[in-house]
Write a protein that binds this ligand. Structure first.
Ligand code: SF4
Length: 489
């Protein structure tokens, strides 16, 4: 260990080993292989322990990153893991899934500090990979540490949606002594962590361990339950819940409004990912059939979901995988790391092209997509330059086309939610400080409020909402502990 900042700045970034592309495209294991303890400690020593910790300010859950790295440097891996767990319910996931380059690592001083002239520029501290390393090591060696739980309050909260926001609310409120039931329309809990993230980005054992921990804490899960259809919010209150949290996400894949978009072989990203990555028994019956055996897969869209789809297509054995995006790489959202992985795995990128229509072959299934060539015009409301058709057209042949152009909220849940205001995009309207909806006792947070966003922003909402739900429950008359009625499991 050194206390000399200049000495720390001369330590080179440790390699973050990956599976060779030729090997990893033949399996579904994670791309990154992880640090050794020795290299993790060296990497942590690169942190110069900035007093104002800009990395922490940039982190949506304010992880004490220098505090964790100080402990890791000393070899206290579990202590470092616990430091992350103090402020994050899902640190293994965030370490893998956060776009660190635009959050903590984007603001890390080590990435832009002035160094001796003979030293090449160095990347920021690998904050995300160290976060995964310490929390994975702790989980695999001693298990997830169980927290202290306050005495039972006898109060019950229904959490609608078992994704990142819902899991965070459930965990935090349970620690306060409340009883929580998680409801989800899917058969299994996890939301996007199960149904949206492919195994080559995060192995499912990580989620399984977290869920096991939540069940040990006493949280109950009721799957295959569509709140608003199978049970209304009024009925949840009638059954004895004192508060409801809506965290049902934004999992409705946007459709393309182009002729032929409903042809067989044209699939929305969520369906493609879950059928490609999960076991049939984890899916609703209508999704259980295997995906068509595609040789040429075309993915339309340029974000992280598109990268998940193209990399899934490669692993499913497609010989030719193309990603088509209507702007250029400079405007692409999503992680650069993921695009690099896709290129390494042989994916072809076609920029400045916008779909005009889908055409069927003799068997009635998709055979080709017609595109309009675009060029960049004036910036739109997102600040990115708008794609404008040039008049040139071309076609690309494909036997599977995946539409990955973003997500919206599920209209039906919101329409069926009595007395809850929504905005023009069907997102739930809340008080930004308290997460209260227009209906007393009903709170909401995460993607169903903000639109499709990061795991960590949903998690941050869940943690803050739990604080205000707990405060709300304390204003209610004290009740005798009572059982919830009418649950099917
Ligand atoms: S910004 Fe970088 S160097 Fe500074 S405390 Fe954070 S991780 Fe360490």
């Amino acid at each position: 260990m050194t206390n000399d900042t200049h000495e720390r700045l001369t330590i080179e970034g440790q390699p973050t080993p990956k599976q060779d592309p030729r090997v990893r495209t033949q399996n579904w294991q994670e791309t990154f292989l992880g640090f050794s303890l020795e290299s993790a400690k060296i990497e942590a020593t690169r942190c110069i322990q900035c007093p104002d910790a800009p990395c922490q300010t940039a982190c949506p859950v304010s992880n004490d990153i220098p505090g964790a790295f100080r402990l890791l440097e000393l070899g206290d891996v579990a202590g470092a893991a616990n430091k992350f767990r103090e402020t994050s319910n899902l640190p293994e996931m965030c370490g893998r899934l956060c776009p660190q380059e635009s959050l903590c690592e984007g603001d890390c001083v080590v990435g832009y500090a002035i160094r001796p002239e003979d030293m090449k520029p160095q990347r920021p501290v690998a904050i995300g990979k160290l976060e995964s390393f310490v929390t994975d090591t702790q989980r695999m060696t001693e298990g997830l540490p169980m927290p202290g739980v306050e005495p039972a309050t006898g109060q019950h909260v229904a959490v609608v949606g078992a994704g990142p926001a819902g899991l965070a609310v459930a965990e935090e409120l349970t620690k306060k002594g409340h009883e929580i039931t998680l409801f989800d329309s899917w058969a299994e809990p996890g939301g996007v962590l199960l149904y949206g993230i492919p195994n080559f980005k995060m192995q499912k054992e990580i989620l399984d361990a977290k869920l096991e921990y939540l069940w040990k804490l006493g949280i109950t899960f009721q799957g295959n339950t569509y709140v608003g259809r199978d049970v209304t919010i009024d009925q949840l209150f009638e059954r004895g819940y004192q508060a409801v949290f809506l965290g049902f996400g934004a999992s409705q894949g946007n459709q393309l409004d182009a002729p032929g978009a409903d042809l067989p072989g044209v699939i929305i990203a969520t369906e493609y990912l879950v059928r490609g990555n999960l076991k049939p028994e984890q899916l609703p019956e209508w999704m259980r059939g295997p995906l068509p055996d595609a040789k040429r897969v075309l993915v339309i869209g340029g974000g992280d979901t598109s990268m998940d789809c193209v990399r899934t297509a490669v692993r499913l054995g497609a010989g030719e995988v193309t990603c088509v995006y209507r702007r250029t790489e400079a405007e692409q959202k999503g992680r650069i790391e993921e695009r690099i992985h896709a290129v390494e795995e042989g994916v072809r990128f076609e920029y400045l092209a916008s779909p005009l229509g889908f055409e069927a072959g003799a068997d009635g299934s998709i055979e080709r997509v017609r595109f309009s060539r675009t060029e960049l015009g004036e910036p739109d409301e997102s600040g990115r330059r708008r794609p404008v058709p040039t008049g040139e057209e071309f076609s690309v042949e494909a036997d599977t086309v995946v539409i990955a152009i973003g997500y919206g909220t599920d209209d039906e849940i919101v329409r069926m939610a009595d007395g809850i205001d929504t905005n023009q995009w069907s997102q739930v309207s809340v008080n930004e400080e308290t997460f209260e909806t227009s209906r007393p006792g009903v709170f909401a947070g995460g993607d169903c409020v903000n639109g499709a966003d990061l795991v960590v922003t949903a998690l941050a909402d869940g943690r803050r909402a739990a604080t205000t739900i707990h405060a709300y429950l304390q204003t209610l008359p004290t009740k005798q502990a009572s059982a919830i009625t009418g649950l099917t499991s």
